[in-house]
Write a protein that binds this ligand. Structure first.
Ligand code: KIV
Ligand code: ZN
Length: 385
């Protein structure tokens, strides 16, 4: 098994979700939970972006001691200096700086030539290394960059002292095959690449962020960046809980291990949802309300006979107490009987049959039948006989 580092950016890229604004206490609460979850590095914020974010990053850097803490900066000296003031109390201060490398960004946004971009990146990485023991450099919009230019700038930035190279799919445009090939190309053509951690960072605009991240790992990435619940700019970032569970459940296929404590997934997800106000869709993989709920009679019968028939992930693995059998119009007799047993009511086979008929009539009018409904139905049947 090779070890993959997990870089969480819930408190930076995740907080860039429109409408999300976390205060210092909320950020600190999430940071402590991320430490319990076992991420290797957390990006606490963007210190130069506001006084509040500076204070929050500083509080996190001064408090969190078992996870490396990083902050984002543009490739300008003033941002790097501010980030140092916020992060210098961390056990291992780490800086994340970025500069775009794609023709679209260099021409329209930066208005710089490729040579200017190389010069700025090299100068700012070596400036940052005078303060920070760890410097991650991101080639923003890497997936739409020219590969030979990318290889050239990466080699120079590593020589300037970068310790992590990150190749983001900034606009969520790439496909698994294409993103994987980019990692393979960089691994095989940048001579000093083995001196650094090679990182992937995917956005979810086409719904491929998790698949793209795993493709990067299969092609030489040794760090995965993402957020809890996949929150982030526009359609969000790669969901760390989905990547972690996919690697675990398919460890027969993926020979990669992480330091994550998967049983903390549900708690972490609930906390992030509550504090950001970004509630999770019911059918979201791993942490959605329906991820461990079964409604159809055939599925419920199967799960009651043996959970593995329809569950590839056990609820306990991710910190969920138990699966739920949702009682609705597709449910069958087996789940109905199981619910009566769970409610502790003693009912004869004949009355179960009658109660089940009444339950089925009710499901034509009600989407979800509650425990109280079942109790009422069964009591009615018992009193009638
Ligand atoms: O998506 C992106 O390119 C980023 C950079 C700041 C790394 O978030
Ligand atoms: Zn991003």
């Amino acid at each position: 098994m090779s070890q993959i580092k997990i870089f969480d950016t819930t408190l930076r890229d995740g907080e860039q979700s429109p409408g999300v604004n976390l205060n210092q206490l909320e950020k600190l609460e999430i940071a402590k939970q991320l430490e319990r979850f076992g991420v290797d590095r957390m990006e606490a914020g963007f210190p130069a972006s506001s006084k509040g974010d500076f204070q929050a990053v500083k509080a996190i850097a001064d408090t969190i001691k078992h996870t490396s803490v990083t902050g984002l900066a543009r490739t300008v000296q003033s941002d790097i200096d501010i980030a140092w003031e916020a992060l210098k109390g961390a056990d291992e201060p780490c800086l994340h700086i970025f500069l775009a490398t794609s023709p679209i960004h260099m021409t329209y946004k930066l208005k710089k030539t490729p040579d200017d971009v190389i010069e700025t990146a090299v100068n700012m990485v070596s400036y940052a290394r005078k303060k920070f023991p760890q410097v991650e450099w991101s080639a923003e919009d890497a997936s739409r960059s020219d590969l030979s230019f990318l290889a050239q700038i990466i080699e120079r930035v590593i020589d300037a002292g970068a310790t992590v190279i990150n190749l983001p799919d900034t606009v969520g445009y790439t496909t698994p095959k294409e993103y994987g090939s980019m990692f393979q190309f960089i691994r095989s053509s940048v001579p000093n690449i083995d001196r650094v951690t090679l990182s992937c960072h995917c956005h979810n605009d086409l719904g491929m962020a998790v698949a793209n991240s795993i493709a990067a790992v299969e092609n030489g990435a040794t760090q995965v960046e993402g957020t809890i619940n996949g929150i982030g700019e526009r359609a969000g970032n790669a969901s760390l809980e989905e990547i972690a569970v996919a690697l675990k459940i398919r460890s027969d296929y993926y020979p990669y291990a992480t330091n994550l404590n998967l049983q903390e997934i549900k708690r972490t997800s609930d906390m992030v949802a509550k504090l950001t106000g970004m509630y999770i869709q019911a059918n979201k993989a791993v942490v959605g309300r329906n991820a461990f709920a079964h409604e159809s009679g055939i599925h419920q019968d199967g799960v009651l006979k043996h959970a593995s028939t329809y569950e590839i992930i056990t609820p306990e693995l991710v910190g969920v107490n138990a699966n739920t059998l949702f009682l609705g119009k597709h449910s069958g007799r087996h789940a109905f009987k199981d619910k009566i047993k769970e409610l502790g009511i003693n009912v004869s086979e004949e009355n179960i049959k009658k109660a089940f008929d009444l339950f089925k009539q009710l499901t034509d009018h009600k989407k979800e039948v509650t425990d109280d409904d079942i109790f009422t139905i069964v009591t009615e049947v018992q009193t009638d006989t």
